[in-house]
Structures are given as structure tokens and as C-alpha cells.
Design a protein around this ligand. Structure first.
Ligand SMILES: *Cc1c(COP(=O)(O)O)cnc(C)c1O
Length: 397
């Protein structure tokens, strides 16, 4: 059994805070602070440019990619880190479209994160030539897959509601129709076990600053299935994806396998933070993680529904149909979340009316959930949200 009291002790959580927002920005692993300090002083400070070789900076995107591969069911050697998730979505999409040259449709759903859809729409505009992004309701995706679809691009877990797609079934349906599939694992990687290889996914992308705790601005990852790794043509053909970056040739030749999905200089300090953050996973069994997170979500839903009849559950109750977050709807969701934060229970508000909380047993336990429920109950029963201070919107919600 995984020792979740031990994993909780690995995080530097502020006193008095119940942090239910690791699904937006994971908290600080204690070792990450020390590791970043070392990368700054001992590596950058003392090795200067020699750090690229001596401290192994250049290999970090692949080395840490292998550790993430183990968490998402990917084959070692087929995941690489770099850039932001939006960029990785664009890269995966451009390569996938290129592999289905006679088709023009990108199919996605209206529950997808807007940036993924914006990147797809922008790519269609750049390509011209009849490329279109078609979005349907999440429950209508399977029925909308036909032989015009080049790429099915989905985020497995809906950022707003927590609804989870059936990755295996949708991948099979898309392949049966001759389409390729890109899975965005932003709310999956580190939340539960993913089986990319088992599902036969073509591409996958995800971020590391949510459930993987790499810190604000941590790099994203991309996976390309081994059967496509030397076929996929990179649209963002930067020098570090070149077969021989230090030959400084004038012609671009894509590097071998996943290396071609690298673009430019890797974010070394963020990767150092990620490296330490990944150590938290060493003693974690992903099946234990999933069952503990389901128990926390069940406890939270039952507790909130018992004391707050006005909050409407937006997340599926069925375990298989949800990720690792729970959302409730209320017209005053923004003010309610501000009142919660003022009482030390940190989650987030998602427009227009969602109160979203993430539950990871890595640093949340049943006592934290009980405290959150008590605070929300007090806020709702005593209308504590009805205070002008809680209605002013900050830039980042
Ligand atoms: C968090 C998230 C993003 C954010 O993209 P960045 O480029 O890292 O800012 C994109 N897509 C999904 C599905 C997300 O959940």
C-alpha cells in the first residue's frame, strides 16, 4: 500500500491552508526548492555554459520524459518535455494532419480547454485549403466520427466538469474510421493511471505544473506512438529537433524519433524542479492513488450535498466517468470561491458558475476534506459569500 502520509510530508504546504487546487498548480515539493537552488548555484553559477554537458542539461527533456512515460503508460523513449501545452497541442495536430493529407476535419468537443481549440482554429487558418475544426458536445463525439475526420483531438478529462472520456473506445472508433487521435492529458497525468500504449493512442500531450507539481511555467510533454515516431513531420522545426543541431546545417533534417518534437533551448531550471517533483512518485502505486482519490471525492460530494442543497453537482458520480476533480455549480460561484479562499480552502472558480476542487491523495487526506466541507457548509448556510469583498474579480481566476 502506498504511504500517503509520507507523500504529504514531501510537500511544503502553508499552515492553515487546505489546498484543493493541485489540479491547476501543484504545490511545492520540498525537494524541488533545494534542487532548483542547486541548479542555480552549483550548476549555472559554477559550471556556466559547461552545465549543458557536465550537468546533463541537454538530456533532461528526454530523461524526465521517460519518467513521465511510466506514469501515462507510454513506451520509454517516446516522451519528451519542452514548451507549453498549447505549443505541444499545435505540434501534435500539425504532424497528425500531415499524416492524413486527403482529410480536412479536426474533430473535438465543446468541453475541451479553449486554448486547445484556439490552437486548432489558428492552425486551420494558417493551412487554409479547407481545413476546419468541428466541435460537438462531449457526449456526441463518438457519433460524429466519420471518414472526413483526419484527427480526433480530445482532452480526456473535462477541465470544467471533471467528466472523463472513454479513451480506449474513442481511440478504437477513430481508428476504425481511419482517423488519428491526439489525447490531451492535462488533467490525467498524475491523476490516475493512463494506458496510452494499450489504447493505441497516436499522440498525447500534457502539462507538468498541474498534478505533476513542476511549478508555475513548468514545461509540457508530448508523446508520439513508436509507429509514427520517425514518420511524423515536425511543423515547428527548431534546431534542437534537428538530426544534428550542432552541425548548424542550413537545411532542416528531422531528428530520430521523439527528439524531433523538441524545438528550442529547454527550460533547465523548471526541469530541475520537475526532476525533484517526480521523486514523489517513486513509492506511489497508481491504483492506490486512484482508489484513494475516488474515496476523497465521494466523501466531498456526500458532505457538500448533505449541507448545501443549493450546490448542484456537475461531475459524474460514476467512478469511471470522472477524473480527479469535483465541480459544483451555483450562480454565485465566484463569490463563494472567494469566501472559501478567505477561510483557507483553496480551489478555483471556472466561468460561468463552477466551483472546482481537485483531490489528490498525494497531499490531501480525509481530514482536509472534512475541513473543506465544514467551511463550505458555513459559507452557504450563513450566506457568507454575500459580501462585496468577494465579488471583485482578479486578473487570474
Ligand atoms: C491547463 C491546460 C492548458 C494550458 O496550456 P498552457 O499552454 O500550458 O498554458 C491547455 N490545455 C488543457 C486541456 C489544459 O487543461
Amino acid at each position: 500500500m502506498t504511504d500517503f502520509a509520507a507523500t504529504k510530508a514531501m510537500f511544503d504546504l502553508p499552515q492553515g491552508i487546505t489546498y484543493l487546487d493541485g489540479n491547476s498548480l501543484g504545490p511545492l515539493p520540498r525537494k524541488a526548492a533545494a534542487r532548483v537552488a542547486q541548479a542555480v548555484s552549483a550548476e549555472w553559477g559554477q559550471m556556466l555554459i559547461g552545465g549543458w554537458n557536465r550537468a546533463g542539461w541537454m538530456d533532461l527533456p528526454r530523461r524526465l520524459g521517460d519518467r513521465i512515460a511510466a506514469l501515462i503508460g507510454a513506451q520509454a523513449g517516446h516522451v519528451v518535455l519542452g514548451d507549453t501545452l498549447s505549443i505541444k497541442v499545435y505540434q501534435a495536430l500539425a504532424s497528425a494532419l500531415d499524416m492524413r493529407p486527403t482529410r480536412r476535419v479536426i474533430l473535438s468537443d465543446t468541453g475541451n480547454f479553449p486554448s486547445d481549440l484556439y490552437m486548432a482554429a489558428g492552425l486551420c487558418r494558417t493551412l487554409g485549403d479547407g481545413y476546419v475544426l468541428n466541435t460537438v458536445a462531449p457526449e456526441d463525439v463518438a457519433g460524429a466520427i466519420d471518414d472526413r475526420v483526419a484527427v480526433l483531438m480530445l482532452t480526456e478529462v473535462d477541465y470544467r466538469t471533471g467528466r472523463r472520456h472513454d479513451m480506449a473506445a474513442l481511440t478504437r472508433a477513430a481508428h476504425d474510421a481511419g482517423a488519428l487521435v491526439i489525447w490531451d492529458l492535462a488533467h490525467s497525468a498524475g491523476a490516475f493511471a493512463v494506458d496510452l500504449a494499450g489504447c493505441g493512442a497516436d499522440f498525447a500531450v500534457g502539462c507538468t505544473y498541474k498534478y505533476l507539481n513542476s511549478g508555475p511555467g513548468g514545461p509540457a510533454f508530448i508523446y508520439v506512438a513508436p509507429r509514427h515516431a520517425d514518420v511524423a513531420r515536425p511543423a515547428l522545426s527548431g534546431w534542437l529537433g534537428h538530426e544534428a543541431p550542432f552541425a548548424f546545417d542550413l537545411d532542416y533534417r528531422a531528428g530520430a524519433g521523439i527528439d524531433r518534437m523538441r524545438v528550442g533551448t529547454p527550460p533547465v531550471l523548471q526541469l530541475a524542479a520537475l526532476e525533484a517533483a517526480l521523486d514523489v512518485w517513486d513509492g506511489v502505486d497508481l491504483h492506490d492513488l486512484r482508489s484513494a482519490s475516488q474515496a476523497l471525492m465521494d466523501q466531498y460530494i456526500a458532505g457538500v450535498e448533505a449541507v448545501c442543497p443549493d450546490l448542484i453537482l456537475a461531475t459524474p458520480r460514476a467512478h469511471d466517468a470522472r477524473g480527479s476533480q469535483v465541480s459544483f455549480r451555483h450562480p454565485q460561484a465566484y463569490a463563494i470561491m472567494q469566501a472559501m479562499i478567505a477561510r483557507g480552502v483553496v480551489g478555483d472558480f471556472r466561468a460561468p458558475d463552477v466551483i472546482r476542487c481537485g483531490f489528490t491523495p498525494l497531499f490531501i487526506d480525509a481530514g482536509d476534506v472534512a475541513r473543506a466541507v465544514a467551511v463550505i457548509g458555513d459559507i452557504m448556510q450563513n450566506r457568507l459569500w454575500d459580501n462585496p469583498a468577494y465579488h471583485t474579480r482578479a486578473k487570474v481566476t
